[in-house]
Ligand binder design. Sequence first.
Ligand code: SME
Length: 155
Amino acid sequence: MISTDYALLHRQSAALFEGIRDQTANAANLAAIIYHGVEGLNWAGFYWWKDGGLILGPFQGRPACVRIAAGRGVCGAALHGRRTLRVPDVQAFPGHIACDPKSRSEMVIPLFVGERPLGVFDLDSPRPGRFSPEDQTGLEAIAALFLANIDPESG
Ligand code: SME
């Protein structure tokens, strides 16, 4: 099992966010912290809810699908269901959108500001079953820190 020091990543994120409330800047730095600090990822980044769908935001990894229609893919399903989705085998997930054919597992955390959908934080791995409940807990706490440290852009 891969163990990640999420307490350290949380402190590093807090330090980078200090004094900055810009959504794009903090999302870009967070994507970089997670991509480089969590082992075994091939993509980490954001999609923003805009004009009734999801549109690509800051990320690390290979170029990705730009638009995801409402409710589509793991990203749309997580936002629609308002809960984190951990998908151990993306090929077994009906409607999974394969931006990178190397991706084997995925975790998507929905982001809300009050009742308003902001978007999703999406992580992909080339390893099947990469994301554990501990990864979910650690990354949800960091996503909450991100939400507490931005002035949301209007979407
Ligand atoms: N796999 C996602 C699409 C986004 S990429 O993984 C970066 C999905 O099914 O929603």
